[in-house]
Ligand binder design. Structure first.
Ligand code: M6R
Length: 609
């Protein structure tokens, strides 16, 4: 992960770099740093453990200033989070470099550089790159040539940006496997991991391609491809206003984003509000592709993977179309046997998740009918590289724990189910039922949000616990998985989800009066079976928390707490119940005093494999 920003301008850029880092903090937040070349051509450096706000404090106390600089916010891979391991890394007091990615052959390179007299200060993989670049520059190469020679020996993934006091108005950068965009200004140029970081200074961007190396200065911009050939990459203007996301009356972005769901769900579905617009929501050419689709392969990570698991039930049961779902990090390394006519569907909030992107890129020529991405961030790598695109309308999601992105993904997937289902004999009556349910969904979510205080009162029981079990059957199993992921991610309570029928095959051994058990029990056709499973748990002394349709026939009793949920159409219940589980996790985390929006060890966008 990590976020990088760089600037080559004729004005002082430290505040531009800091603002860029603030906007990139979703990519990592365990340490941050920046290096600038001052008027005397000296390197000025700040590196701090902790969030970007720590770097800002250091800058206020003792400003480092210059017109050329690089900056970084880190999510540690090699070397613990610390000031020493924070980027930029320095070589020979002349070169400073920032990196997003992983250098896989760093050990061999380190040995080679040690033999040549280089000394290492940090435990990072990145430090080899700055010494390599220094070696090439010291041999007399210019910035572009030095970066080309350096990149040639690197294995792994990287976006790199570097400055050199001998070339005080230039920044050189390289991209292989990690995103990097050039922000084109007037008499100044910039680089960043995400265009969002630079929207304060420009609306014109060049999205670099794999293997590209770029040199910027206030007056020039040169790009060479992986073969060293000069290339022109297209200039993209992004005119939409930058979303300014304020907390408003909320204490945390996660809570704000939970409460934004009625509007986000409505906006996502509204894309298909006109007659015949359903196919068009998936991009030009979707109708023709959907006519040929015989099966669906969904690939995603984390919460987005859970959305895919839910969709499998919809696609198979409602649309009668075969669907496989796999986490991207497994899919990409597996020898696969394809089925003719399969549509590859990737799901990703950020559109930058490294494994999901690699899975899309690894799809063999002819393996799939087409690729479709369901993403929340326009212009992201997955959006740019997929043939069909559905953009969820969640708006910017800041909290690391995904909430509104997940539920809007589910709306998109239910719309896909409709689009494919009506080609495969889904009755007009069924189509109308699903459409009506999607229209009513924001209202049912609103009714769930009103249960906040009741859900908060359940959270007390989780505070002293170290573990929790989540149970669901059928389509509610992935919803239970999502509930468990939310709880572990922000409260650090170990939580696992099981299909309720699996309990007696092992996990029941864990159940005692120290193990709270959350059941997602909406009252579908599997209700009676689920009730038996819950009895098995209760008789082992566990305290049960049952999220049930208020008409399902559950009643609270000692050690069984029922949270009566709105009675709503079956097809949208997975979405409605998710909202209640999000609130439960939020309140548990709040009481435990964890950093709800930026939980430890995580980042919002996972751009390393
Ligand atoms: O941006 P993506 O949807 O591709 O991200 C995938 C996962 O990293 C993400 O969903 C993660 O699991 C969330 N933090 C969970 O809340």
């Amino acid at each position: 992960m990590c976020g990088i920003v760089a600037a080559a301008a004729r004005r002082e850029v430290s505040e531009i770099l800091l603002e860029g880092l603030r906007r990139l903090e979703y990519r990592g937040y365990d340490s941050a740093g920046m290096a600038l070349i001052d008027n005397e051509r000296n390197l000025q450096l700040h590196k701090q453990q902790g969030k970007v706000s720590e770097l800002e404090k250091a800058q206020r106390l003792q400003p480092v200033l210059g017109c050329t600089g690089v900056a970084h916010t880190r999510w540690a891979t090699h070397g613990e989070p610390s000031g020493v391991n924070a980027h930029p890394h320095i070589s020979g007091q002349r070169v400073a470099l920032v990196h997003n990615g992983i250098i896989e052959n760093h050990e061999a390179l380190r040995r080679e550089l040690l033999d040549q007299g280089y000394e290492f200060a940090s435990g990072t993989d990145t430090e080899v790159v700055v010494h390599l670049l220094h070696r090439e520059l010291a041999a007399g190469k210019n910035m572009l040539q030095a970066m080309q020679s350096t990149a040639r020996v690197l294995e792994g993934a990287y976006a790199l940006a570097a400055i050199d006091t001998e070339h005080p108005d230039q920044v050189v950068a390289a991209r292989q496997g990690s995103p990097l965009v050039v922000g084109v200004g007037i008499g100044e140029n910039f680089l960043a991991s995400d265009q969002l970081a630079l929207r304060q200074v420009t609306d014109r961007f060049i999205f670099l391609e794999e293997g590209d190396i770029v040199l910027i200065s206030p007056a020039e911009l040169q790009v060479v491809d992986r073969h060293g050939e000069p290339v022109e990459r297209p200039l993209t203007s992004i005119s939409a206003a930058v979303e300014v996301v304020e907390l408003g009356a909320y204490d945390h972005y996660m809570l704000k984003e939970i409460h934004e769901q009625p509007q986000a769900l409505a906006a996502t579905f509204a894309q298909a509000s006109g007659p015949g617009q359903l196919d068009e929501c998936f991009g030009a050419g979707a109708a023709e592709v959907f006519d040929r689709v015989q099966g669906v392969q969904i690939v995603a990570c984390g919460t987005s993977y859970h959305a895919g698991m839910v969709a499998r039930y919809w696609l198979e049961e409602l649309a009668g179309i075969a669907c496989e779902v796999e986490v991207a990090s497994e899919f990409r390394y597996r020898r696969r046997v394809g089925h003719a006519g399969t549509l590859l569907v990737t799901i990703s909030q950020s559109g930058e998740t490294a494994d999901t992107l690699a899975a899309l890129r690894d799809a063999r020529q002819g393996e799939f009918v087409a690729s479709l991405v369901i993403a929340n961030v326009d212009n992201s790598s997955l959006v740019r590289e997929s043939e069909l695109v559905f953009l969820t309308q969640a708006g910017m999601e800041i909290g690391v724990a995904s909430t509104k992105a997940f539920t809007t993904q589910l709306v998109a997937l239910l719309m896909l189910t409709l689009a494919l289902g009506r080609r495969r004999g889904m009755t007009p009556q069924k189509q109308r039922e699903i459409t009506a349910a999607l229209q009513a969904l924001p209202d049912y979510v609103q009714q769930t949000l009103v249960l906040d205080t009741a859900i908060e009162s359940l959270s007390d029981a989780f505070i002293p616990r170290h573990h929790a079990l989540f149970l669901g059957r059928g389509i509610y199993y992935p919803i239970a998985m999502e509930g468990a992921l939310k709880l572990k991610e922000i409260s650090y309570i170990h939580a696992e989800a099981y299909p309720a029928g699996e309990l007696k095959h092992g996990p029941l051994a864990l159940v005692d009066n120290d193990m709270p058990v959350v059941a997602v029990a909406p009252g579908d056709e599997l209700l009676e079976k689920l009730k038996s499973n819950l009895e098995e748990v209760r008789s082992r002394g566990a305290e049960l928390f049952v999220f049930a349709d208020r008409q399902a026939g559950f009643a609270s009793e000692p050690r069984v707490q029922i949270l009566p949920m709105p009675h709503c159409p079956e097809v949208i219940k997975p979405i409605v119940y998710t909202v209640a589980l999000q609130l439960l996790s939020y309140h548990v985390a709040l009481q435990k005093g964890t950093d709800v929006d930026k939980p430890r060890n995580l980042a919002k966008s996972v751009t390393v494999e």
